[in-house]
Write a protein that binds this ligand. Structure first.
Ligand SMILES: [Zn+2]
Length: 236
C-alpha cells in the first residue's frame, strides 16, 4: 500500500473515533434532561395530593365555622326563650332551636366524613412523596453515571486528539487539506478501498483509467464520482 494512504488511514481511524466520541458527548445533555423529566410526573402527583389536602382542610374549617355560628345562634335563641313570657313565642323559638340543632348534627356528620377523607388524602400524599423520593434516588444515580461517562469521554477525546495530532504531523502535508475537506463532506470517510472495481465510499464503478491508477498505486487517486481518495482494496 502507498505509504501516504497508510498514514491517512491511521489518521482517519483516529478521526472517526473522535467523531464517535463527540457524538456520544453531544448526547449527554439530552440524557440528563430526560433523567430530570422523569421527576416531573412524581412531582406533579405530590402537588396534586397537597392541593387536595389543602382543599379538604379549608372545607373542614368552613364546616367548623358554620357549626360555631349555629351554636352562637342557639345560645341567643335560648336567652330570648328564657326572657319571653309569651307561650307561642317560646314555642316558635323552640322550633328554631331544634332546626339549628339538626343543622349542627348534619354539619358534625359532614366534618367526620371530611376527617376520614383527610386520613385518606394524607396516605395518598405519603405514597406520592415516597414515590418521588424513590424516583429522585434513581435519577440522581443516572445523573452521577452520566457525569462519570462524560468525564471518561472527555479524557478519551483528549487522548485520541493528541494521538491524532501526532499522526497528522507525520502524514503527507500535500494531501492533508484534501483529506480534511473530504472527511468533513463525506461523513468521516475520506479514504476508501476499491474492491471489484467499485469505490466502497459511493459504490460506483470506477472508470478504466482510474482503475489503472488505483492498481498502479498512483498517489492521490480519487473516485471520479464522490471524490474520495481511493486505494486498491483487493491487493494485500
Ligand atoms: Zn466514490
Amino acid at each position: 500500500m502507498i505509504p501516504s494512504i497508510q498514514a491517512l488511514l491511521v489518521l482517519q481511524d483516529r478521526d472517526r473515533r473522535l467523531r464517535v466520541l463527540a457524538d456520544d458527548l453531544a448526547k449527554i445533555p439530552k440524557d440528563e434532561a430526560r433523567a430530570g423529566d422523569r421527576l416531573a410526573g412524581d412531582t406533579r402527583a405530590v402537588q396534586v395530593a397537597k392541593d387536595a389536602m389543602m382543599a379538604n382542610e379549608i372545607e373542614i374549617k368552613k364546616v367548623e365555622m358554620d357549626t360555631a355560628t349555629r351554636r352562637t345562634t342557639i345560645q341567643r335563641l335560648k336567652t330570648q326563650q328564657f326572657e319571653t313570657r309569651k307561650n307561642d313565642e317560646f314555642q316558635a323559638l323552640g322550633h328554631e332551636i331544634t332546626r339549628y340543632e339538626k343543622d349542627i348534627d348534619g354539619l358534625e356528620t359532614r366534618e367526620l366524613e371530611l376527617m376520614e377523607k383527610a386520613d385518606d388524602l394524607r396516605g395518598t400524599l405519603q405514597r406520592a412523596e415516597a414515590a418521588l423520593a424513590q424516583t429522585r434516588k434513581l435519577v440522581d444515580e443516572d445523573l452521577a453515571n452520566l457525569a462519570q461517562r462524560k468525564q471518561r469521554l472527555e479524557a478519551d477525546t483528549l487522548e485520541v486528539q493528541a494521538e491524532r495530532n501526532q499522526l497528522a504531523a507525520a502524514a503527507p502535508a500535500s494531501m492533508l487539506p484534501l483529506y480534511e475537506r473530504l472527511l468533513k463532506t463525506k461523513n468521516g470517510l475520506a479514504v476508501v478501498p476499491v474492491t471489484a472495481g467499485k469505490c466502497t465510499g459511493c459504490h460506483m464503478k470506477l472508470v478504466a483509467s482510474t482503475l489503472v491508477k488505483v492498481h498502479s498505486q498512483v498517489e492521490g487517486t480519487q473516485c471520479e464520482s464522490c471524490g474520495r481518495l481511493v486505494y486498491d482494496g483487493d491487493a494485500s
